[in-house]
Design a protein around this ligand. Structure first.
Ligand SMILES: [Zn+2]
Length: 275
């Protein structure tokens, strides 16, 4: 990968992608995992980080400890939402530490984004094709993470997160850093008229987001759509790190729901560093 906005960090055979500006800030431990370096068996091989996809629980917990230790966060403290493709954002604090960490039953209910300014509280969202978006307000030391599939994108979860960060932490969008993690790209993501309709409404004429396939289908690029939504919300283009990695194209590196159906999930985790 040759993208100056993203670093590859390899901690003991466990590679992760890290947005450079986030790393340079020295304010956060964060990263987007790959599928390699874990203990899960097929079809979850090997670093599946989700307890919600039918994998062996002990394997997932072992994988989470591995990824957490590479990141320098506490696996027992992670806050995990029960992702349902909504645009609901939850503000989490120390009392939420460990929600969904050991058992998915006590995950933050029906939520697709988390924000916090609590130091040492890792936000842990999970992905296989959907877009992970990480947020850092370096001025107010606040963070966020969002899960945007087509429904969350069409419901503009990015704007909901930014509004919540403004309201809770006094975030100015001019200072906000955002990172769009590896996810499925437009050439691999065909949709029908029902889905295309929403994107036509929101992004009419923007060919980077919505285009026709050779057949009767459409292609939607969810990463580009969220890029546009970040810009519309007032985030500066220079403050957005866009990954060009496609999860569907790289079965050696990423899980892909579109490609594989039953499969694992990568983690987009972020935590404010203890100083
Ligand atoms: Zn692809």
């Amino acid at each position: 990968m040759n993208n100056p906005d993203w670093l590859t960090i390899d901690a003991g055979g466990l590679p992760r992608y890290v947005p450079r500006r986030f790393e340079d800030s020295q304010l956060v431990n964060c990263g987007f995992s790959t599928r390699t370096g874990g203990v899960s068996k097929p079809p979850y091989h090997s670093l599946n980080l989700s307890l919600a996809v039918g994998d062996d629980r002990d394997d997932v917990l072992a994988n989470r400890r591995l990824f957490a230790s590479g990141l320098g966060v506490d696996a027992a403290a992670i806050v995990v939402p029960d992702q349902i493709h909504s645009n609901r954002v939850a503000i989490v604090t120390q009392s939420d530490a460990g929600s969904g960490a050991i058992d998915h039953c006590d995950a933050v209910p029906a939520t697709d984004a988390l924000i916090t300014n609590t130091v040492g509280l890792p936000l842990a969202l999970h992905f296989a094709d959907c877009v992970g978006i990480l947020f850092l307000d370096p001025v107010n030391s606040a963070i966020g993470a969002a899960h945007a599939g087509w429904r969350g994108t069409a419901a503009n979860i990015v704007q909901v997160v930014i509004d919540a960060m403004k309201c809770e932490f006094g975030t100015y969008t001019a200072n906000l850093l955002a990172a769009i993690c590896p996810a499925i790209e437009g050439n691999c993501y065909e949709v029908g008229d029902d889905v295309a309709y929403h994107f036509e409404e929101m992004f009419s004429g923007d060919k980077s987001v919505l285009g026709r396939c050779e057949n009767t289908k459409w292609r939607v690029d969810l990463k580009m759509a969220n890029c546009v939504l970040l810009r519309r919300a007032g985030v500066r283009e220079m403050n957005v790190a866009l990954s060009r990695q496609c999860t569907s194209c790289r079965d050696d590196e990423f899980f892909s729901y579109r490609r594989d159906g039953v499969t694992g999930r990568m983690g987009g985790w972020i935590s404010l560093k203890r100083m």
